[in-house]
Design a protein around this ligand. Structure first.
Ligand code: KIV
Length: 276
């Protein structure tokens, strides 16, 4: 009845406790986004630990100018596609704009992402009023990845995609928010576009792993949008944290393997890919 799934057949499946263990053992976590089964299979085979079905799909798959139009059904559909390609990696589904505005809405959306989408964790942006949603999910055994710093669903309020936490007061608030999401029960924390020194401080302080994107070299893991790793033109200005791994890898598998190797060894990202 409790036999291990074939996910454990050769390489061990990445689980939520395993992510904490990786942090404790200082093994960096390599994460990437994916939106379909073929890329998911490639990422999984090339050693990616965590795959996110990000609401970035609104921009790179659907061609919108922001992530705001993405729906729960979109994420559930793409998660189910990705889940069919996975054997080892842990799958995170991104909760779309306002789908977690109340704990009850969050539970409905997250339950669909786990039960239909095959995800093992859900990600949501912000702290403050959303801490209730984090604890509501976590207390109901739904693993949560929090996302702080540049939170793209706040683009209208932020007035653009800008580095967050540069001023002293903003840095203090970000650190307090990071502590609060961990206390509310988050199992993982994405830090997007925050100064490298601040991300390092948050990483040192929290027991849960941090995954950086534009957050410097000292997070417990890194994530990129797959299309950025492959050097594709997203139709938007290329942020400095992006590196084209296809140039050095020579093929899709080569690019993914090069990314995993560089994240694991600490060769990527360098200070050049971060912010002060
Ligand atoms: O939607 C997404 O792809 C993300 C990552 C960039 C972290 O949130």
């Amino acid at each position: 009845m409790y036999a291990a799934s074939d996910k454990t057949a050769s390489r061990a499946a990445v689980t939520v406790p395993r992510l904490r263990q990786m942090k404790a053992e200082r093994q960096r976590i390599a994460a990437l986004t994916a939106y379909d089964a073929s890329f998911a299979r490639a990422l999984d085979a090339c050693g990616v630990d965590v795959i996110l079905v990000g609401d970035s799909l609104g921009m790179v798959i659907q061609g919108h100018g922001s992530t705001l139009p993405v729906t729960v059904d979109d994420i559930v559909y793409h998660s189910a596609c990705v889940a069919r390609g996975l054997k080892h990696a842990l799958l995170i589904a991104d909760m779309p704009f306002q789908s977690y505005a109340t704990p009850e809405r969050a539970l409905d959306a997250a339950a669909a992402m786990l039960s239909i989408g095959g995800a093992s964790m859900v990600k949501l942006e912000g702290a403050g009023a959303l801490l209730d949603s984090i604890s509501f999910l976590s207390e109901r055994d739904i693993p949560v990845c929090a996302h702080l710093g540049l939170t793209p669903q706040s683009v209208l309020r932020l007035g653009g995609y800008k580095v967050q936490g540069r001023e002293q007061a903003a840095a203090k608030k970000l650190l307090a928010d990071a502590r609060a999401v961990a206390e509310a029960g988050a199992d993982l924390l994405v830090l997007e576009c925050v100064p490298s020194a601040l991300a390092a401080e948050i990483t040192r302080e929290l027991a849960i792993p941090t995954i950086g994107i534009g957050a410097g070299p000292d997070c417990d893991g890194q994530i990129l949008v797959l299309h950025d790793l492959l050097g594709m033109n997203s139709g938007h200005r290329r942020p400095r944290f992006v590196k084209n791994f296809l140039e050095q890898g020579g093929s899709i598998d080569g690019a993914i393997r090069a990314y995993v190797e560089e994240v694991k060894s600490g060769a990527f990202p360098t200070s050049e890919h971060g912010y002060e």
